[in-house]
Design a protein around this ligand. Structure first.
Ligand SMILES: [Zn+2]
Ligand SMILES: [Zn+2]
Length: 347
């Protein structure tokens, strides 16, 4: 289990948006948890399409929480985390949002902005009505970005896309990030974001030479959610489950593509009295600053209420804050996204 304490804070790496044998994934929970463990994940949330039969608990040393990806055939996929019953996908999407809340879960719009310009067999699945207000948004989905950049026009392009799959993973869609910022700009609370893997461990060319593409272990080393807790994760599964879901709900979560570098980023805001992490709130005073610590030098952007207010290359930087608002950071290397923090509120 990865867990490093910083000023009595505990960080736990997790994977969200995973498909198993209960829908169109190829792995069972034994294989999936073993892969997660090897990839350094402490917790995972399995979200099969319209199915919630996957077992929950501490399995092979990994906390497994179940959810469901409410999946109508061609649009409006919604990740329902921490629910116990499936939700009818033939209803209006507004009902998805409401039913997840009624079950005490938390819902995230999945891959809202997949591209219409795809040149392959994977049809885009978008969220059609952005007037519907969800609990949160999956701002980055590994498979969506891959499928947007994949072309199956010839065998060479196909082999390249599978062999060098990580080169196809660019960054979250600008439209998705702006929608997320808009939602945050109209709410007093943090509207949280998550990163999704959307791993299936698909088998291709089944009859000629079966190859498992995107196996669980290597996918679990890509888009990761680093949650911050004030206390250690409990050994009691039920308690740990609510700790994890609460951190996700509050936005105590930093989204990172670990394929870019293994070093993990940290973002905090301090004033003269205290230090807080993503998803938290702090008072503005004369000594308020944000501290961004990355494993290596990245192009870093600091945003306040969705507007870029600072941009530079940095490995570690402290920037004084002179205004109130919701602050979040983005870090990338050329075209490749690396880290996206949930907002911290400065009041
Ligand atoms: Zn989906
Ligand atoms: Zn999915």
């Amino acid at each position: 289990m990865t867990n490093f304490a910083t000023k009595k804070l505990y960080k736990y790496l997790g994977g969200i948006h995973i498909h198993s044998k209960y829908s169109d994934g190829t792995g069972d929970i034994d294989a999936i948890t073993k892969a997660a463990k090897k990839a350094g994940l402490a917790w995972i949330i399995v979200t099969d399409h319209n199915n919630i039969d996957v077992p929950e608990g501490i399995i092979n040393g990994v906390y497994v929480i179940k959810g469901v990806e409410i999946s109508p055939p061609s649009s409006n996929h919604y990740l329902a985390l921490g629910v116990n019953n499936i939700i009818d996908y033939e209803q209006e999407p507004q009902r998805f949002v409401e039913e997840v809340r009624e079950q005490g879960g938390i819902g995230f719009v999945a891959h809202p902005d997949e591209s219409d310009k795809r040149k392959n067999k994977y049809s885009p699945i978008k969220w059609l009505d952005k007037k519907i207000i969800p609990d949160g948004i999956e701002i980055w989905n590994w498979f969506s970005v891959w499928a947007d950049n994949y072309t199956d026009k010839n065998i060479f392009a196909q082999i390249y896309s599978f062999l060098f799959k990580d080169r196809l993973i660019t960054k979250p869609y600008t439209e998705t990030l702006s929608w997320w910022d808009d939602l945050n700009n109209t709410s007093d609370e943090v509207v949280p974001a998550i990163g999704g893997i959307d791993v299936h461990a698909l088998k291709i060319a089944k009859h000629i030479f079966p190859v498992k593409v995107f196996p669980y272990k290597s996918m679990f080393k890509t888009i990761t959610n680093i949650i911050t807790l004030k206390e250690k994760l409990s050994d009691d599964f039920k308690t740990a489950k609510s700790q994890i879901l609460e951190a996700i709900r509050l936005g105590n979560n930093l989204i990172v593509n670990r394929k870019i570098t293994k070093a993990l980023p940290e973002v905090t805001i301090s004033n003269s009295k205290e230090t807080v992490c993503e998803g938290e709130t702090i008072e503005l005073d004369d000594f308020t600053y944000i501290r961004i610590k990355l494993g290596k030098k990245f192009e870093v952007r600091l945003l306040c209420n969705g507007e870029v207010i600072w941009e530079n290359k940095a490995k570690e930087v402290e920037i004084p804050l002179l205004q109130r608002g919701k602050f979040r950071i983005e870090a990338r290397l050329n075209k490749l996204g690396y880290a996206y923090s949930n907002p911290i509120i400065v009041r």
